[in-house]
Design a protein around this ligand. Sequence first.
Ligand SMILES: [Zn+2]
Ligand SMILES: [Zn+2]
Length: 124
Amino acid sequence: MEKPECPRCKKTGRVKAKGSGATITCPLCMGVGELPPLHAIVENETSLALFYWECSCEIKKHGMTLRYVHPSNHEVCKKCGAIAKDAPLSPAGYAQAFYAILYDLDMDIEYPSDKAEYVDVFRS
Ligand SMILES: [Zn+2]
Ligand SMILES: [Zn+2]
């Protein structure tokens, strides 16, 4: 399965810094040019994105207030100091909406099949 192309740097891994115009490593994908796939696991009837986590930062867009969703290649939020391994996973639908609203990125939520089978076995 293909990883979503980074919408911030368009897969180049580099962006122009505001002001100076210098080229810097893309802060969204950390220079790899792509984002993790939107794979979901179901926990307590909520689909959580395996590779996306939330910090306590809020951003405003189109009059909405959104909690910031980090891809898993961010180990820490440079703004609020939240650490990935201690932060909650983002609900899959929320991560999908966040990147659609902010970056116009269209990601499909995928449920890895082995996990789905596991859930079926667990419920039967
Ligand atoms: Zn990027
Ligand atoms: Zn933060």
